[in-house]
Design a protein around this ligand. Structure first.
Ligand code: CA
Length: 227
């Protein structure tokens, strides 16, 4: 029997826990629940979760801090739940390494679709290849970007974005193309997310490069990795 992907749901409202667990279990996932951040971090040390669904608004340690701590130790996928419709929260969440977000109230079916879309990113087989752009190396097999300073610490999504640009180096990719290739067809949100992630990738790469980061903004169109 195939091993079920384990998902951790960090949410303090019992009614949401119940509905999320029911839908995820019927979609074939193995679900663990945590009521707060401390419990979530303890569980994450014991189990190899494929994905964490994380409510931002938690008692005690807030969701942002939980995400930052999860990110410090692993590249587990994080889907944030936010009650706030404030874009700043979502951008801040994406910046600290969340892969996607849903605003409450959400449809449990949509949540399952998003989870499946995020996990599908894993399966998109990348060609076996190491791409080199000056001092920047993108190793598609090892899922690593390297500079003369060493490995650049990118999240899964940041790496996939860089890899897409690298695989199409010299060609412009539009925000829509990047969303489709990195986030998948089920992505729901604004293309602002691409700008946020490109900004993060540039900032991280710049720390290891003496030359400018070769990701160009092509105004009104999208982004290009220059060769
Ligand atoms: Ca809450």
């Amino acid at each position: 029997m195939p091993v079920k992907a384990q998902i951790l749901v960090v949410e303090d409202e019992p009614s949401i826990q119940t509905v999320v667990r029911t839908y995820l279990e019927s979609a074939g996932f193995d679900v663990r629940l945590a009521d707060n951040g401390a419990e979530a971090l303890a569980l994450a040390e014991q189990h190899p979760f494929a994905l964490v669904i994380l409510d931002l608004n938690l008692p005690g340690m807030d969701g942002m801090e939980v995400a930052a701590r999860l990110r410090a130790d692993s590249s587990v996928y994080i889907l944030m739940l936010t009650a706030r419709s404030d874009e700043l929260d979502r951008v801040a969440g994406l910046r600290i390494g969340a892969d996607d977000y849903l605003t409450k109230p959400f449809s449990p079916r949509e949540l399952v679709a998003r989870v499946e879309a995020i996990l599908r990113r894993n399966r998109s087989a990348l060609p076996s290849h190491v791409l080199t752009f000056g001092d920047l190396t993108i190793d598609l097999d090892a899922h690593e970007a390297r500079t003369p300073q060493g490995r650049i610490d990118l999240t899964v999504t940041e790496f996939q974005l860089l890899a897409e640009l690298g695989k199409h180096a010299g060609r412009v990719l539009t925000r829509e193309q990047l969303i489709e290739r990195v986030w998948g067809h089920d992505f729901y949100g604004t293309d602002r997310v691409v700008d946020v992630f490109v900004g993060q990738v540039r900032r991280k790469l710049q720390s290891g490069l003496a030359t400018p980061v070769p990701i160009e903004t092509v105004r009104g169109v999208g982004y290009k990795l220059s060769v």
